[in-house]
Design a protein around this ligand. Structure first.
Ligand code: NI
Length: 168
């Protein structure tokens, strides 16, 4: 396994729609292992393949940050449905390090995807897990959390990010 470099906004791979995965092969298993290691090393609670430069529809999420051996969820070709309710909470992203902002999301979702064993699974989620699923699915469509905010919130996030970049 390897910790991969994480792409930062405004890298182009983060701004395009990722391709559906057609085959669960050794290369994909390797990518998933590396994504999990990269997420834990960051540390973060979710990571999408475009964030490590791979334009495939895959993400990993672990809202327990590696506390439990089976805490990690791998979603291949995810689809969200039954988006219900509204919730607002501060959100951040490993591709915009150190920047957070209040982001509206559905409070509950149903995630349908293929797991790494090739099985079709459905995972109902609420609260933080629902938020993580929406955030990572957005990455596969070239969207960032600030795209879910109004124009004022988005400007604040992008201004903070540019200021942080200049100070680096
Ligand atoms: Ni993110």
């Amino acid at each position: 396994m390897a910790v991969l470099p994480i792409r930062a906004y405004p890298d182009g791979v983060l701004r395009r729609k990722a391709q559906p995965v057609e085959r669960i092969d050794d290369a994909l298993q390797q990518l998933i292992d590396d994504m999990i290691e990269t997420m834990y090393a960051a540390p973060g609670i979710g990571l999408a393949a475009p964030q490590v430069g791979v334009s495939w529809r895959v993400f990993v999420v672990d809202i327990t940050s590696g506390q439990y051996p089976n805490g990690v969820i791998t979603a291949i070709n995810p689809e969200l449905s039954r988006l219900e309710g509204r919730a607002q909470a501060d959100e951040g992203c490993l591709s915009l390090p150190g920047i957070y902002g209040p982001t509206p999301r559905a409070a509950e979702v149903l995630l349908r995807c293929t797991n790494r064993a090739g099985e079709a699974v459905e995972i109902p989620a609420a609260d933080l897990l629902a938020r993580a699923f929406q955030h990572e699915t957005d990455h596969l469509d070239g969207r960032f959390f600030f795209n879910r905010m109004g124009p004022v919130g988005r400007d604040i996030v992008l201004r903070k990010f540019r200021r942080a970049q200049r100070q680096r």
